[in-house]
Design a binder for this molecule. Structure first.
Ligand code: SF4
Length: 207
């Protein structure tokens, strides 16, 4: 299956209640062979109308942050944990995340990125559990996830958080500035992905 075929399937999905109020599904967008994937929580109002991820104010900030490290949106892949907008921008319910999760599994399996940047605590929680975002942001963790393979995760705060709490913007910018070096390191040392203990369900710091 290709990413395009997967996204075609998502466009008619009714596996959870979020299908009832959505305008468009927002499967994700970008390079299907990207080295870096950004994962947010769920689409907002603008995303729901356009069918594209991160096109509102938080998306504008994400684009600026990417440009700041020499990355264009077309060179990355951007997606969310749930592909339909939770009404009123509420948090997705656990059963909605569960229903949508296989799509993210398939996306990451097909793209096979070097680095997954999680945006916000909800996105981080599934990949780097049992940590608070204030403690984990700006650090890289490697882990094997069932059905996704061995991946390196880099949690940062959600760009929307910086819109409400401007003091977080400096932290997001600082974390973003680490990404190019981290990517280069992973590219140089692809073998480190093979070092992941496949029996371990706990993320390990990638230093
Ligand atoms: S959120 Fe995911 S599982 Fe729920 S209807 Fe949308 S695509 Fe399907």
């Amino acid at each position: 299956m290709t990413l395009e075929e997967l996204h075609q399937g998502i466009s008619t999905c009714e596996k959870c209640g979020l299908s009832k109020e959505r305008n468009k599904t927002v499967p994700g967008d970008g390079d299907p062979h990207a080295d870096i994937v950004f994962i947010g929580e769920g689409p907002g109002r603008n995303e729901d109308q356009q069918g594209l991820p991160f096109v509102g104010a938080a998306g504008k900030l994400l684009s600026e942050l990417m440009v700041g490290i020499g990355l264009e949106r077309k060179d990355a892949f951007i997606a969310n944990v749930v592909k339909c907008r939770p009404p009123g921008n509420r948090d997705p319910l656990p059963e909605e995340v569960e229903a949508c999760w296989p799509y993210l599994e398939q996306q990451l399996k097909l793209i096979d990125p070097l680095l997954v940047v999680t945006l916000g605590r909800h996105s981080m929680n599934r990949f780097v559990p049992n940590k608070s975002i204030s403690e984990a942001h700006g650090q890289a963790f490697r882990r094997e996830i069932p059905n996704m393979g061995k991946l390196v995760f880099f949690p940062i705060y959600h760009p929307a958080a910086a819109l409400y709490r401007p003091q977080l913007k400096d932290e997001i910018v600082a974390d973003f500035s680490k990404v190019p070096k981290l990517l280069a390191k992973i590219k140089q040392d692809k073998e480190m992905r093979a070092e992941v203990d496949s029996q371990s369900t706990q993320p390990k710091l990638f230093t």
